[in-house]
Design a protein around this ligand. Structure first.
Ligand SMILES: Cc1ncc(COP(=O)(O)O)c(C=O)c1O
Length: 374
């Protein structure tokens, strides 16, 4: 039976991985500056991660959310401590789209309203409301198009004020660094306006931290660069270092009722252990601070690269915009220099989303390869 052919694939078959390296069945060693799309946070085959998962699977790997699972509480407490986001409530699921889907649904339940405000170039996932709030018409099926989503320019405070004044918006959903869209960042004033206007008009402020969360931006969550307090924070990707885990932090103003949200797999024992391992390593190795410092060094070095017109992002969620489309360059980096990088909907942008354990010497190798190719 053929696979349903929806992915254009590179001709690389990883068979094992360690730290920031992925080893192909061609016996080549690839430097992973893509992190499996910003997923690998603490590095491949981290010993703490492996130990926690092995121990857990030898006891109990899964049971439904109908029983007590103290690991969920442990996880909620540890994310609270490390992020500094106090008094939120955690609901767990298994992917980024699911986190946003639950966030949007919750906002609608809480406010009794149904319209969503999202922004130009946003990406929030591929499920019903999440994909409707994604600014890529090609991936929105007629079924998803029934959702009422208003797309505004990223940064247009007047349009946001006018739209929310109609009092029919349940949520404003925003990435504090756009991922797939190409690493654009809002201004402080715009993020403050989202917070203030959502409060004023009883809409929920949803921070989509699926890609930028868990330290990647150089703070635990990227919205923390802006001194704002979202009502709901969606997380996934780096939260599990490859184990499918996602979640939302829900502000104490939003009250739950039995059956309001639910999931079969979310928050299972293995998922909790994967995420607890991530948090243990983030803390032990000060990886959030490391991401901030290394990101700054990357930016300084990138300035000397020929053809770079913009250096985008922050921490280890970075991009180099060139004065040409980078598809061929990415292929050459993989096939001639064994370096994985990422792309985005901006065809001129090369994205760098490495494990947070990446070191300067790895970036030196990347920049040397770039200099040779350019
Ligand atoms: C900001 C953002 N939100 C949501 C998603 C969807 O996550 P998932 O692919 O885990 O459903 C992504 C995936 O790239 C993302 O970057």
């Amino acid at each position: 039976m053929p696979l349903f052919d929806v992915y254009p694939l590179y001709d690389v078959t990883p068979v094992r991985a360690k730290g920031v390296y992925v080893y192909g069945h061609d016996r080549k060693k690839y430097l992973d500056l893509y992190g499996g799309h910003a997923v690998i946070s603490i590095g491949h085959q981290n010993p703490v991660y492996n130990r926690r998962l092995k121990r857990q699977i030898s006891k109990i790997g899964f049971y439904s959310n109908a029983i007590q699972n103290p690991l969920q509480q442990q996880l909620a407490d540890e994310i609270e401590t490390q992020s500094g986001c106090k008094d939120y409530q955690l609901f767990m699921c298994s992917s980024g789209a699911e986190a946003n889907e639950n966030a949007l649904k919750l906002a609608s339940f809480h406010t009794g309203k149904s319209k969503i405000v999202a922004f130009k170039n946003a990406f929030h996932g591929r499920t019903s409301a999440a994909v409707a709030a994604t600014d890529t018409p090609k991936i929105i099926a007629p079924l998803n198009a029934q959702q009422e989503v208003i797309f505004l320019e990223f940064g247009d405070e007047d349009a946001l004020a006018d739209t929310l004044a109609k009092e029919d918006v349940c949520a404003v959903i925003v990435e504090a660094i756009q991922g797939v869209g190409g690493l654009d960042m809002p201004t402080k004033s715009f993020m403050k306006s989202i917070e203030t206007l959502c409060k004023k008009h009883k809409s929920c402020f949803i921070a989509d931290e699926v890609q930028s969360g868990f330290g990647r931006s150089g703070k635990f969550f990227a919205f923390q660069h802006y001194d704002v307090t979202p009502d709901i924070i969606a997380m996934a990707k780096g939260m599990g270092n490859g184990f499918p885990v996602g979640g939302i932090f829900v502000h104490p103003n939003i009250e739950p009722w039995y059956g309001m949200l639910g999931t079969t797999f979310g928050g299972n024992h293995l998922a909790c252990q994967a995420s607890l391992a991530v948090l243990e390593v983030l803390k032990k190795k000060s990886l959030v601070e490391h991401a901030a410092a290394l990101g700054a060094a990357f930016e300084a070095r990138a300035k000397s690269i020929q053809g770079v017109t913009k250096i985008k992002g922050r921490g280890l969620m970075l991009g180099l915009e060139f004065d040409f489309e980078v598809g061929e360059l990415r292929k050459k980096l993989i096939y001639e220099h064994q370096i994985f990088t990422g792309g985005s909907s901006n065809k001129k942008l090369l994205r760098i989303l490495p494990p947070l354990t990446v070191q300067q010497k790895h970036f030196d190798r990347f920049f040397n390869a770039l200099e040779q190719l350019l």
